[in-house]
Ligand binder design. Structure first.
Ligand code: F6P
Length: 328
């Protein structure tokens, strides 16, 4: 192990996700285990620019493993997107005597880390924290499992109304350009149709399927719509189009929104976050840099930031097959 790293900064950036606190906790506790100093950076890269730092010890992360959000707070910093902003951040890094940084977030967070590394040659390790599960080089991102459970619970409740009133519900879920949340929650909640960005079957096909299932005796249906799906219509326009073309449907729209990002993390996310927090500190101590730690086939691994951001994460073909069979 390299002796060099003595003081590690940790921050959360981009959209918060359940389990970020558990990841910070694991980073802090690993530092304490390996006798390293740990500095918490508040409000992501914006706090890095402003020097909004606080020393963290094992005591600082008491009772946070079960809490949603991030106690270090998060931000999407416009200033850090500029070279000048990053130079200011580096000044603060030097002033605080940091030897390395652990950044917890999604692709925007890793892009910021790449710039910091390229311009100032500063060691940085990433931990994937986003509900979207849209990062390559890891099977799961922290927060995704909790979000799925939140969505499934919400759809189960919506289904009570759908079936009591013989209604068709369109439920919009998050995920940015990825359909993972929609596909998995849709299968888990037994949705009749799932619209995802990775596969645009076209609206006519959707109308055909809905008509077919109505003719087969179905009186209520749930369509899970990923926010990034590519039909070219937003969810309200979609609902209107269906209403105009399939008469007799009582249609409602439900946009789940930010409830998907909140709440106590699931056990899965807590364990994942703990493994990746430990993995990140140990990777830094081994001298790794400019990589993200993830879990692939149950093993903690590291991949280049570039791979994490730009690598392909194709939709699970097996799931697609399961979906086709279970929605017939
Ligand atoms: O990346 C997480 C995410 O929740 C996406 O699913 C969503 O598109 C976006 O963030 C929403 O961002 P904001 O909270 O800034 O509106």
């Amino acid at each position: 192990m390299l002796e060099k790293i003595k003081k590690i900064g940790v921050l959360t950036s981009g959209g918060d996700s359940p389990g970020m606190n558990a990841a910070i906790r694991a980073v802090v506790r690993s530092c304490s285990f390996y006798k390293l100093e740990c500095i918490g950076v508040y409000r992501g890269y914006q706090g890095l620019i402003e020097g909004d730092f606080e020393e963290l010890t094992a005591r600082s992360v008491r009772n946070v493993i079960n809490r949603g959000g991030t106690f270090l707070k998060s931000a999407r910093s416009d200033e850090f997107r500029t070279k000048e902003g990053r130079a200011k951040a580096y000044e603060q890094i030097k002033k605080a005597g940091l030897d390395a940084l652990v950044v917890i977030g999604g692709d925007g967070t890793f892009m910021g880390a790449i710039h910091l590394q390229n311009e100032h040659n500063f060691p940085t390790i990433g931990i994937p924290g986003t509900i979207d599960n849209d990062i390559a080089g890891t099977d799961y991102t922290i927060g995704y499992d909790t979000a799925l459970n939140t969505v499934v619970e919400a759809i189960d409740k919506i289904r009570d109304t759908a079936s009591s009133h013989d209604r068709l519900f369109l439920v919009e879920v998050m995920g940015r350009d990825a359909g993972d949340i929609a596909l998995n929650s849709g299968i888990g909640a037994g949705a009749e149709e799932i619209l995802i960005p990775e596969e645009n079957k076209g609206i006519e096909q959707l109308l055909f399927s809905l008509d077919k299932s109505r003719k087969s005796g179905k009186t209520s249906s749930i369509i899970v719509v990923a926010e990034g799906e590519k039909s070219g219509k937003n969810i309200f326009e979609l609902a209107e189009y269906i209403g105009d073309n399939l008469k007799g449907y009582d249609i409602r729209v439900s946009v789940l929104g930010h409830i998907q990002r909140g709440g106590a993390p699931s056990c899965f996310d807590r364990v994942l976050a703990s493994r990746l927090g430990v993995g990140a500190v140990e990777a830094l101590m081994r001298g790794e840099n400019k990589v993200m730690v993830g879990v692939t086939n149950k093993v903690v691994t590291s991949v280049d930031f570039e791979v994490a951001i730009k690598g392909q994460k194709p939709l699970d073909e097996e799931l697609r097959r399961v979906l086709n069979i279970t929605t017939v």
